[in-house]
Write a protein that binds this ligand. Structure first.
Ligand code: ADP
Ligand code: MG
Length: 729
């Protein structure tokens, strides 16, 4: 068969044997093998240096350059023993990926030769020539320098022959050009604010940490099929493709047996991730065919973000080794589920957990209620901004598509916690409340032990659900850097807690008792933030109407959602919590609008190219075969009979014409419109024009392309079809 599509499908089917990784020792033995963790610090650093570095990490104090030199020496010794020859600062620019620039561990030895060297200065600071990273105008062209600086809270690690050093990336003037810098500031903000509140309940609390447990969803597609789809290759998603007759309607993929070739990939991925210190725990099939999930055990938020960035690059790399491509796009295929990245978020103190229900004592419960209510206050006050923190050109396909939370932020608490809040709200005296814990459920099934039933129920449709000891922020996109969502949530909660403590202090200064003051403020806040609480079906249309009545942000246009970053209350929040200033926010918004506009522009171009180079030529070729057939029938049969015999084909010929005409006309109109909107200078206006005027063309063109796919002879169709992309593995 001449058709490339048939060839790649055939190849994909026979791709064997499996590349199953060799059996390894137990995970506990190779976990963190390539990480310069505490154990290695202890082994490779002088004791005094080790102690100083530990202080830097635990107490968040700045690192002294003399200490850095000692650390670098030990690190280099370890890295060279492990076979590393290069090092790089590894940072997270606003492109959503990671960036690196490798330098060898060498220097002139002054005698005409080379010597291996790696100094404290190189460890701590580098100046990547970074003028081509997005900076939203922060770095003017005459000052193109950017600096990357080591983050000692995230241990260095080795990939291949390179020592990777996690860093922040900032401009000459100290403004953030990355995700890590503001994330770290947000963690400091929440530490300050939450510690002050936690001390109302326990004066021994010194620190509050944020934990993040992410769940990463992804698709795997055979690499041959992938290569035959220019849209997947260039945009990460299919811009066209008719539904497969069978997709996820049987619910037979979710939690189903993992296909062999995928299992080999997962095993390989997990081994390499564990070696890099990522505590992988869960893997399973997801709802859509060829969709899967990986989740590690939660970690401190900053480290968890780095590990998520690392796992995304590992997934891409290891998938290729197994003949797959890993799709991290939020919506690679229309009509079936997209991919998200649930962010499980919680707070812990150096003395215990803060979000754990129920507390052992009524006082514990009051602390629990306080943190729940102030988190809700944060999400309520900044619901539009929190949505902006997860909004992107790619994630907007998923939000509101009846399989993911809608483009409205609300929070589900479960009936028990909701009732507890109602009781506090309606209480008049300064009473304290208890809450039921897990209870046993005896099952009438032989040999099956009693089950412990949680006190929190679940709601899969809520974008921000309380799940027992954490909130699960489900609207985060699968390809996103978690830091974007986390830093906004942290900052908003820090602001709410700061405000809470200020009001409690004011009441106490006026002579009110502590418990009474706390309850007074809580009663007020429970009332205020009520509109954010929603326990019903987040996918329903009624909810959209109800949410609008409640005054929640219901905007769905990505460029307009991004506006929320520059609302006065958002700027005030970031500035007062010392996370970002107005200038940084403005610069970042420029980048967001530009990224949005460019993504749609690329999609529109790819769509146009495929239509003109694949779809129309193939449809026309098939159409002319039909015309030939009609001619031939007329040459054999009398006209009356021929008319009858060709009726079906003539009808098809006309249909094909209708579709190809529509496609050709609209591709041209889309190109013309693009030329016009490309002249818009203001980047926000341009992004809006791309959203309002360009993106809709793609939907209407797609409709006709998908119709043609159903009509045109299978063997002629060049693009791998959904049924092949989704079921061949
Ligand atoms: P689900 O049932 O939501 O699919 P899991 O029980 O597998 O999820 O947990 C999902 C993630 O939540 C994991 O990364 C897990 O470590 C994390 N997690 C569990 N408890 C907490 C917590 N207190 N704080 C943050 N993350 C947590
Ligand atoms: Mg989950």
């Amino acid at each position: 068969m001449s058709n490339l599509r048939f060839k790649v499908v055939e190849e994909a089917f026979k791709k064997r044997p499996l590349d199953v990784p060799a059996p390894k020792e137990r995970p506990s033995e190779y976990f963190g093998k390539y990480v310069f963790n505490r154990e290695k610090m202890f082994k490779y650093l002088p004791l005094a240096t080790y102690e100083k570095l530990r202080e830097v990490i635990e107490k968040s104090i700045p690192l002294d350059l003399a200490v850095a030199d000692e650390v670098a020496r030990g690190m280099k010794r370890w890295a060279m023993e492990m076979g590393a020859t290069h090092c790089t600062h590894w940072f997270q620019p606003l492109t959503e990926g990671t960036a690196e620039k490798h330098d060898a561990f060498v220097e002139h030895d002054g005698k005409g030769g080379m010597l291996e060297n790696f100094s404290g200065k190189e460890l701590v600071q580098q100046e990547p020539d970074a003028s081509s990273f997005p900076n939203g105008g922060i770095r003017s062209t005459f000052e193109a320098r950017g600096y990357s600086a080591w983050d000692p809270a995230s241990p260095v690690f080795i990939v291949g022959d390179t020592l990777m050093i996690p860093t922040v990336f900032i401009s000459y003037t100290g403004e953030a050009l990355d995700y890590k810098a503001p994330l770290k500031k947000s963690l400091a903000a929440i530490d300050r604010a939450a510690t002050a509140v936690a001390q109302l309940f326990d004066r021994h609390v010194r620190h509050v940490n944020v934990n993040l447990g992410w769940e990463q969803e992804y698709f795997l597609v055979d690499e041959g099929l992938y290569a035959a789809r220019p849209d997947l290759l260039l945009t990460g998603r299919t811009l066209m493709g008719h539904d497969s007759a069978k997709n996820q309607q049987m619910d037979d993929h979710y939690f189903g047996a993992i296909p062999e070739r995928v299992a080999a990939f997962m095993k390989d991925l997990e081994i390499q991730a564990l070696e890099l210190g990522i505590p992988c725990k869960t893997r399973h099939n997801e709802v859509a065919p060829n969709q899967f999930e990986l989740a590690p055990i939660f970690e401190e938020c900053n480290l968890a973000v780095d590990h998520n960035m690392l796992i995304m690059s590992l997934m891409r790399k290891i998938a290729r080794k197994h003949g797959f491509r890993c799709l991290l796009h939020e919506k690679p295929f229309a009509g079936i589920n997209g991919s998200g990245k649930h962010n499980n978020w919680s707070l812990t103190t150096d003395t215990g957990v803060l979000l754990h229900a129920p507390g052992k004592t009524p006082e514990d419960n009051l602390r629990f209620i306080t943190f729940i209510v102030e988190t809700l206050m944060a999400v309520y006050r900044h619901n539009g901004l929190i949505k902006a923190s997860i909004m992107s050109a790619t994630n907007s396909h998923r939000l509101g598509a009846h399989e993911a939370p809608p483009a409205i932020i609300s929070s589900f608490l479960g009936s028990q916690v909701a009732e507890l809040l109602d009781r506090v709200e309606n209480s008049t005296k300064d009473e304290l409340f208890t809450m039921e814990g897990k209870h046993g459920m005896k099952l009438d099934i032989p040999q099956i032990p009693e089950l412990m039933i949680d006190n929190t129920d679940r709601n899969r449709t809520s974008p921000f659900a309380f799940t027992g000891n954490r909130f699960e922020f489900r609207a985060v996109g699968s390809s996103a850097n978690c830091a974007s969502a986390m830093l906004t949530l942290n900052t908003a909660v820090a602001e709410a807690l700061t405000d809470f403590r200020r009001r409690v202090d004011a009441l106490m200064a006026g002579g009110e008792g502590k418990i009474s003051a706390i309850l007074d403020v809580l009663r007020e806040d429970i009332k205020t933030c009520k509109p954010i609480r929603f326990d019903g079906n987040g996918y329903s249309d009624e909810w959209k109407e109800e949410a609008a009545r409640r005054g929640l942000d219901c905007e769905t246009s990505c460029p307009l959602v991004i506006d929320r970053y520059l609302d006065p209350e958002s700027v005030q929040m970031y500035e007062s919590m010392h996370v970002m200033n107005r200038h940084e926010l403005e610069a970042r918004n420029e980048i967001k609008w530009e990224t949005y506009q460019k993504k749609i522009q690329i999609e529109a171009r790819v769509m146009g190219d495929i239509c003109m180079n694949h779809i129309i030529p193939v449809a026309t070729k098939y159409q002319s075969e039909l015309v030939d057939n009609v001619h031939k029938i007329y040459s054999v049969f009398p006209p009356e009979k021929a008319k009858e015999l060709t009726a079906y084909n003539v009808d098809l010929i006309e249909k094909i014409n209708k579709h190809t005409n529509f496609i050709a006309e609209n591709v041209e109109k889309m190109v013309e419109r693009r030329k016009e909107v490309n002249r818009i200078e203001n980047i926000r206006e341009k992004a809006i024009a791309y959203h309002d005027d360009i993106a809709p063309y793609m939907d209407s063109i797609r409709y006709h392309v998908d119709k043609l796919e159903l009509i045109v002879e299978d063997e002629m169709w060049t693009l791998p079809k959904y049924r092949e992309l989704l079921f061949v593995r």
